[in-house]
Ligand binder design. Structure first.
Ligand code: FES
Length: 145
């Protein structure tokens, strides 16, 4: 794939040009044995392990939503729009930015990765230098938005 560079404590991997992952699109990559989902949501990039911490279902198929916020009795407040991913199997919700679950943020998390737009490219930062990186073809199912 693309250039891999070791910087201080992280490995910088140029994945693909930014225009190959437009807002609303998702890609799945394989880094050695690990699958990482990359998403562009409203021009914010997110990268996370493609495995729900509950029973391992692929999170690439999760819905991007908001959620009901904590509020007073009889009040209903929706927020965090497009900042939450919901597992397609049992509906656990995670913050896209941090990977923290909404129900137990300090104990249950989806592993996230540092992904950025750098000029015309999408760049992923990893803790170790990968041996192999490839893009995996996948078909988005109807609720995969
Ligand atoms: S497999 Fe994701 S919530 Fe159960």
């Amino acid at each position: 794939m693309s250039p891999v560079e070791k910087t201080h404590s992280q490995t910088r991997v140029v994945l693909f040009p930014y225009d190959q992952l437009k807002p609303g699109e998702r890609k799945l990559i394989k880094v050695d044995q690990l699958e990482i989902a990359i998403m562009n949501v409203d021009e914010n990039l997110y990268a996370f392990r493609n495995e729900c911490p509950h029973q391992g279902i692929p999170m690439i198929f999760g819905s991007i939503t908001g959620t009901m916020l904590t509020s007073n009795p009889q009040e209903y407040e929706y927020g965090l729009n497009n900042e939450i991913i919901t597992c397609p199997l049992h509906g656990w919700e995670f913050e896209l930015k941090t990977g923290k679950s909404l129900f137990s943020p300090n104990q249950v998390t989806l592993l996230t990765y540092d992904v950025r737009r750098e000029e015309r490219d999408i760049v992923l930062y990893l803790k170790r230098k990968p041996e192999n990186i490839s893009i995996i073809d996948f078909q988005c199912i109807p609720n995969c938005k």
